[in-house]
Each structure stands twice: as C-alpha cells, then as structure tokens.
Design a binder for this molecule. Structure first.
Ligand SMILES: Cc1ncc(C[n+]2csc(CCOP(=O)(O)OP(=O)(O)O)c2C)c(N)n1
Ligand SMILES: [Mg+2]
Length: 908
C-alpha cells in the first residue's frame, strides 16, 4: 500500500513536471504517454509499473544509458495518513509538558548568560528537537526492560544530540530528579553546589549520562557499534536477547562528518534492527543552511536507502494532510519538490505573507488552494518533526521493523518557537543565547504557558505543583517505561582477576629464545582466553592486522564473531589454523576501520555499566594508526569511564623498520599521556607486560577503577630475560634498576622498549672501552612517573607546614649521581616529562622527526639513539660536568661513527 501511494505521487509529479530537454517528435511522445496513462487508469498501478520496469530492462540490455534507479521517494511523509495509528497518549497534556520543558530549557541558558555573559549554551537545537524527544520520552525510551525469563535488564540506549542537553536537564528537573540549584548552575560545575555539565559527560555526571556525544560524529559511529556489540553479547550468551533498542539522535549538519555515515553499511549488513537513527533535519548547522542549494532529507534518504536502511521520512505535519487530499493535480508536491532548503529556511525566517506569496503564490492553483486560509492558519502548518502523531507513527514503525536498521528523517525548524531574537529559522539560531523581552512573552503565549508577563521577561523557571496533571502524567509515563531516563548505572559484576602466578611463563623469560614483546603479549592473551573465570569476558579487537601481529592462531582458538555464522567453507578449512567465523566467535575482526574498532572497544569497555557485565577488551592496532587517527574517540572513551587495554603494536619509530614515514610511530606515547585516565606503558620485556596487565586487570575489574591502559608492543625479536626479584613495584610505578655496573656508577642509562637493549649494549661499551661504569634502568612509564611526581609536588605546595614528600622518581634515584642518558624509540619529550625532578641531569635521546624506511641499525644511527649514540652522549655530558677528558670524548664521537655535522634528524 505504501509503495503504491509513493508510486502514485511520483507519477503525479512526473505527469505534471515533464523534464525532457528536447522532444524531436512530440506526437509520438504523446501517443506513448497516452498508452501508458491508459494502463495506469484502466488496469492497475502495479501493471503500469511492471511495464515501465520491463521497458527499462529492455533498454538496458540494448545498451542504452538508462539512468540508474532513484533511491528517492517524493518529498513527503513515508507513512500515509490512512496507515497512521492513533496516538496512544494524551496529546494535550503532553503538549503542556513539552511547553514547560521548552520554557525551562530556554530559561536555563538565558539566565546563565545574563548572570555570566559568555558561559554559552544552546537553545535553538532543543527547540527544534523537543517533539522528537518528548514522544520518545513518553512512549518509547525504556529505562529497564524484562528479558524472556522476566528478569530486569538495563533498558534502551539513547545517544542524545549533545547540545540539546538543556532540554534533557529541563525534563529531569520537572521530574524532580534535578534540583533548582543544579539547573541554576547549568555550566557552572565548580561552585559550592555542583551544577550541570555543558553536554553529556559521564565523567562529570556518572549517574545521569551514559554516552558522550557532543563532538560531532561520535554518536553515529558509536551507536552502530553499540548495536552490533549488543548482538555480540546476545549471540555469545553473555546477556539474554531482548528487544532493547539503540537510539541515536543526530543533527543534519553532523551527518557531514565522515564518521557519521562511514559505517552505515555495517548496520544494514548486520541487520541491526535494534538500531534507530533519528536525524533532526532542521536544515541548519552552526553557520547557515546544511544544504541551501539542495535538500538534505532527500540526500540522506538516497544514501541510507542505498546502504540498505529502512528510511522513514517525517516531512510534513498533519495540517498539510487536507491540502494533500485536495490536491488533485500534484501541484503541491511539485512545489515542495522544487524548493531547496535555503528557500524553506526563508519561508520560516520571514512571515506568513512571504510564505503565501513565495511558496503558494508561484502557481495560481496552489495559491487558490490556500486562499481561504488565514495567515495564522498558514503559519500553523507544521513540519513533520513538530507533529507528535507523525513522529509517534514513525517511531512505532521503526520499533517494529525487522532485519534492517531504521533512519527517521524528521524535518524541523531550528529555534522553533523562539521568535526573531532567538533566531527561529535564521542563520544566527545556533549561537543565540538570549531572547528579547518581547520574544519571551510571545513564547509563553505561543505555548500557552501560565507565566506572568513579568516572570516571562525575567525568564524565570516555571514549576507546576507536584500534584498537577502534568507532573502526575509525566511520572505515570516514566513508571510505565521502567523509570526515569537518562540514568547511568554502574552495575558492574566485579571479577576475580588472575594472580601474578598466572603469568609464570612470561615471568620466567624465554630461555634464550628470541621473541618480540608482541609475541609475548599474544601468549598472554591466548592464556587469558583459556581462563575459566575471565576467559569468556575477553574481547580481542583487531582491525585487519592479526597476521601482522602473529595472532592468527586465535582465529581457530576462539573464532571470529560473525552474526550469520560461516556461510562458506573456508579455503584453508583443512589447515589447523583456518579462518573460522562463527556466531558465537569471540574475536571482533573489524576489517580496516580503526574508528569502528575503537567504537567496539568503547562498547566493550563500558559494558560493565551498560549491560552490567564486565568485559575485558584488548584492542590491538598499528600504533601509528591509533591515537593519531582516532584520538577524539579515545577521549570520549575516557569520558565514558571506559576500561580496557589499547595495544599499540608495531610500535617505535625505529623498531618498525622498512615501512617509513607514515607508519613509524614515535609519538603515540605523547598523545596517550594527554588522556587523564589512560595509563601508558612502554615495556621492554615480556615480564613487564605480564605485571602491567595483571595489575591493570586487578584495578579495573576487581577494584572497579575507571582507568584504561595503553601498551606499546614491539616486533623486534630478542631473548626475554626472567623478571628480577622485586621488580613489580617499579614496573608498575614506572622505573626500576635493571642492571648495575660493576663499580660505582658515573652515569645512569635509562631505556624503554627495545632501546633498553641499546642501553645495555652502551653500558658494556662504556665499561670496556672507556672505563666508565653505569647503571641501567628500565623505565616502563615516564608519564606515570610524572603524574605521581606532580601529585606529590602539589601536595607539598599545598602543605608548606608539613614535611616534604618525595616523588617516586626522586626516591628511586636517591644517592645516585652523574648524568642520566635516556634513550627511547619515541620522541625526546617522553623522557623529558620527568626532567623537573632530575636536577638538570637528564639528557634525552629520542626519535624526533619523520621516519624513514631502512634497517633498524640505520634508523637508530640516523636518529642518534643507538648504543653508540648513548655512549657518545654519556661521555659528552661527563665532559661538560668536568668528569671526562674533552679530547677523548671528541675522539670517541668519531670512533663511534656519529656525524656531528649531519643534519639534525628532527628536521630531516
Ligand atoms: C567535531 C565537532 N566539530 C564542531 C563542533 C561544533 N559544533 C557544535 S554544534 C555544531 C552544529 C551542529 O549542527 P547540526 O548537526 O545540524 O545540529 P543542530 O544544532 O542543527 O540540531 C557545530 C559545528 C563539534 N561539536 N564537534
Ligand atoms: Mg541542524
């Protein structure tokens, strides 16, 4: 039926808007059309469509360039009036509730900006999305949900448009969940009374927000991967299957972010009917129209339909229905089709007269159609996204739709109801923070709010009494849907994580066998996957790089998650390590999408709060394509209080050789150190990795800490030594002495990752050739040493009367003297992080500058971080300190093969 109606409209539009550029034989054309019209009128639409298709097929097979099928339907609602279901709620009371919420949301921002000019906040976005939100709050968003066995499960997930947050707060205020002081302190989070965060930030409001969304593009991608992860959890039997939904409310401007649309085919391929996108098409973004010269709704429709989504357009409100019904010729739809969004914006930004003249006035028949309507009636013709009945029907369809994700494209007005000073329908809407007094009073009248003129002018909050019908209704609806929304529960089921003995293989060393830290890590992961208690909770995530990291054995061991199972016999089925896909597979083999993988990591790393099940994700990626590429998603992960292990493999600017400039990572440790809850470790040996993972699991999954880890993993093979006794504490804190020299040390060598071996080699050269004794230290985390030192320093600063405390790095190096030469495969700024506590002793050697493809030996010489460079730096510094002969030092530099006059590698 629906298809038929669409076809009819399409045909009507075509009938009245022929678009032939030139017609060499109008007579013949007319005959063809007439014949076809006859079939349409006398037979059926199906038959007419069939013939058209048959003709097109014939033309195609004859080699004619027939235009491809259109993915667009006419510019009107997908759901026909006849197919609409009645509204299940009390429309009038819901409208009153919505008006109050609108008012308080606006007042919140206006008041704050009066009190504190420049504090910001947005009013126009919520004004446009209010109906879309309220219908969902009253009828769809479930706070808890029953599974098939009748157990309570966390409810639906909603990714809100971040800058619509005043509206969400305003509703929670009306529900009595947020206090007046809290909303009076919107965006004032550092006062005596805590306020409300600007946008959805679980870090700042852990009982309220679940998903950070305000950076454009995060919501869409995270929602898709959340919906898929829900299926993963269900298919693996970790949670019961329910009809829980993931909703994402997105802006039309936001859809321009590559992340927004980049993975929509994953959602259709995976048949994610638990996913609903609602795109608030208010036709504007921050600066101006989203598609002034086109139609964003049509553009998005074609893209989503082409990608296999179920698309529901909610373009026009019910006021238009009688006009459509009256329109025998299709002129109304034709006019709607020909207007571009820039014009639609103007129709709203001006007044009814303009709408009458410019929109309806273009065609006399159209003007006649509305001749008996007053200007007020015309102005009341709403867009679909402002009509609760249309919105309800779209949601209901989306909710019930099977086997496809749904996108609802709802046309709205930015700044709806805010009047000219609030920027209604105008380019300045997004930035508007104030309404003039006139518009404030108009607002109350337009939405029938019982607010006096005086109070309106002061933008006072309005709170109906608790026993008012509005408040009673509000509570009733939320009770029926399982409780208030949004709420975030931290319902983790804490785990008993393995003790250090579990990692005995790594602690014992490799007995001379040369293995990389990546290989050692894969062994750790393999063993963890076998563990009876936590094995099932591990989520290995890999963006098409498993073979690079030697992880292909896991394919067979635990299987690759594939919602459809494996529909083919893999060509390597007869091999032991074949490519095994299965419905309950454990590995998320993501294909080439670091951003998508990060979203899986996010879904898994926050599962403790969203599903009440602790999951332990290990996301292993090419270190260069981690933080550098998807840093904003990592930041949001931290905000969401995510837990897990990010593992940057092929780490190091010189250890990954051959791959060159784009691949060789010398700065991910700098980037990772910027994330407050991320602990970064640069391990040299298998036992260090084991100690760090063991401690990390304990902190996150046993002690319930909201932190996560970044581990570098290298691909250089060397013998892995056994753990020196008592090294654990230093490994975790960031430094321990690995190998003392044979006499009193004159200098100290710090090394991390494979550069630790260079430091050990330098120690030998210094002792043997230059009679300089040194101690070698393994530094596993400069950033953790720095953080601890900063904490101690702050304490000392704020407690001047108390005895001074010593940072760990100072304690570790107590009673040592002489220069400290740190060598790293990362930038010099990594060791430099602890320079303030080393009294000018630190000399950092690091791989600053662009990488090159060559062998490790050449690369380390180029970046001046090899053992020879460490030796040279030690002698040079000892000379400056008056502890070594200058001539001998200069000679050593020549002997060691350094090139003092070569260009600085940092600039090369
Ligand atoms: C990655 C990113 N870039 C820029 C911004 C700044 N910004 C916030 S809202 C906005 C416009 C949003 O327009 P749209 O998505 O259409 O939402 P609307 O407010 O119109 O509903 C911009 C550019 C941001 N939040 N995130
Ligand atoms: Mg917009």
């Amino acid at each position: 039926m629906q298809a038929k109606a669409q076809l009819e409209q399409q045909i009507n539009a075509q009938r009245h808007a022929p678009s032939y550029s030139s017609d060499s034989d109008p007579q013949e054309t007319a005959e063809w059309l007439e014949a076809w019209d006859q079939i349409l009128d006398e037979e059926s639409q199906q038959r007419a469509a069939y013939l058209l298709n048959a003709l097109t097929e014939r033309a195609r097979s004859a080699g004619l360039a027939v235009p491809p099928p259109s993915f667009n339907t006419p510019y009107c609602n997908t759901i026909r009036v006849e197919d609409e279901l009645p509204y299940p709620g009390d429309l009038e009371i819901e409208r009153r509730i919505k008006s109050i919420i609108r008012w308080n949301a606006m007042a919140m921002v206006v008041q704050q900006n009066k009190k504190d000019p420049g504090i910001g906040g947005h009013i126009a976005t919520y004004a446009s999305v209010a109906t879309l939100m309220e219908v969902a709050f009253n009828h769809f968003f479930r706070s808890t949900i029953q599974d098939q066995a009748g157990h309570g499960q966390p409810g639906d997930f909603v990714y809100f448009q971040g800058h619509a947050s005043p509206g969400i707060y305003s509703r929670a205020f009306l529900e009595g969940r947020l206090s007046r002081t809290q909303i009076e302190n919107f965006r004032h989070e550092l006062r005596e009374e805590p306020g409300l965060s600007s946008y959805p930030h679980p870090w700042l409001m852990p009982d309220f927000w679940r998903f950070p969304t305000v950076s454009m593009g995060l919501a869409s991608l995270n929602a898709i991967y959340q919906a898929r992860f829900m299926r993963y959890m269900e298919n693996r039997g970790l949670i019961p299957a329910t009809d829980r939904k993931v909703w994402a409310f997105l802006g039309d401007g936001e859809m321009d972010e590559p992340e927004s649309m980049g993975s929509i085919t994953l959602a259709s391929r995976e048949k994610l009917d638990n996913l609903i996108f609602v795109i608030n098409c208010n036709l504007q973004r921050l600066d101006g129209p989203v598609r002034g010269n086109g139609k964003i709704i049509q553009e998005l429709e074609a893209a989503f339909r082409g990608a296999g989504w179920n698309v529901i357009k909610v373009v026009w409100g019910r006021g238009w229905d009688p006009l459509f019904a009256k329109d025998r010729t299709g002129i109304l739809l034709k006019r709607m089709e020909e207007c571009v969004d820039g014009e639609y914006q103007s129709f709203r930004a001006k007044e009814a007269k303009f709408l009458r003249e410019k929109f309806f006035g273009k065609y006399p028949e159209l003007a006649a159609m509305v001749a008996d309507m007053s200007d007020e009636d015309l102005w009341d013709l709403r867009r679909g996204g402002h009509d609760s009945i249309k919105v309800y029907n779209a949601y209901k369809r989306a909710f019930e739709h099977k086997d496809q994700p749904t996108v609802i494209l709802a046309k709205t007005i930015k700044g709806y109801g805010l009047g000219p000073s609030g920027g209604e329908g105008r380019n300045l809407a997004h930035q508007s923070k104030k309404l003039d007094e006139n518009d404030l009073v108009n607002f109350t009248q337009r939405f029938n709010l019982p607010i006096s003129e005086e109070e309106a002018k002061a933008a006072k909050f309005y709170t109906p009494p608790q026993n008012s019908p509005e408040v009673i209704y509000l509570h009733e609806r939320r009770n029926a849907l399982g409780g208030y929304y949004p709420t975030r529960g931290a319902q983790s089921d804490l785990l008993e994580t393995p003790k250090l003995e579990f990692f005995k293989e790594q602690l014992a060393g490799s007995e001379g066998r040369e293995v990389s830290t990546t290989m050692a890590f894969v062994r750790v992961l393999t063993n963890l996957l076998k563990d009876k208690t936590i094995g099932k909770r591990i989520v290995p995530i890999i963006p098409d790089e498993a073979r690079t990291f030697g992880m292909e054995s896991l394919f067979r061991q635990v299987g690759i998650y594939a919602s459809q199972g494996q529909l083919y016999q893999p060509h390597d089925a007869d091999m032991f390590l074949y490519y095994k896909e299965s419905k309950d597979g454990q590995i998320l083999e993501e294909g080439i999408t670091e951003a998508g993988s990060m979203c899986s990591f996010t879904a898994a790393g926050t599962a403790y709060s969203n599903y009440g099940v602790e999951m332990i994700p290990f996301y292993i990626f090419y270190s260069m394509f981690g933080f550098q590429r998807i840093g904003d998603f990592v930041w949001a992960f931290a905000d969401a209080r995510g837990r897990g292990f990010l593992c940057g493999a092929t780490a190091g600017r010189t250890t990954l050789n051959g791959e060159g400039l784009q691949h060789q990572d010398g700065h991910s440790l700098v980037l990772s150190s910027t994330v407050p809850t991320c602990l970064s470790y640069d391990s040299a040996f298998a036992y260090e990795i084991a100690v760090i993972i063991q401690d990390g699991m304990r902190r996150m999954y046993q002690e319930d800490e909201d932190v996560f880890y970044y581990l570098t993993l290298y691909n250089e093979n060397y013998a892995q030594p056994p753990m020196p006794e008592g090294a654990e504490e230093g490994i975790i804190k960031g430094i321990y002495k690995l190998k003392a020299g044979s006499g009193k040390p004159k200098a100290h060598l710090f090394g991390s990752g494979p550069m630790l071996n260079e430091a050990l080699r330098a120690q030998r050269i210094l002792a043997e050739q230059y009679k300089v004794q040194t101690d070698v230290w393994s530094v596993t985390s400069y950033s953790e040493l720095r953080r601890e030192a900063l904490r101690v320093e702050r304490w000392n600063r704020l407690h001047p009367a108390e005895p001074e405390q010593q940072p760990y790095i100072v304690q570790a190096l107590e009673k040592t003297e002489g220069p400290i030469i740190a060598s790293t495969d990362y930038m010099k700024i990594v060791p430099d992080q602890i320079a303030p506590w080393l009294g000018g002793r630190l000399v950092s050697l690091g791989a600053d500058g662009f990488g090159r493809s060559d062998s490790r030996e050449h690369l380390r010489r180029h970046f001046e971080i090899n053992a020879e460079s460490i030796v040279a730096a030690t002698l040079s510094q000892l000379t400056r300190d008056g502890k070594f002969n200058a001539k001998k030092a200069a000679q050593a530099i020549a002997d060691l093969g350094l090139k003092p006059e070569a260009i600085d590698p940092a600039l090369a």
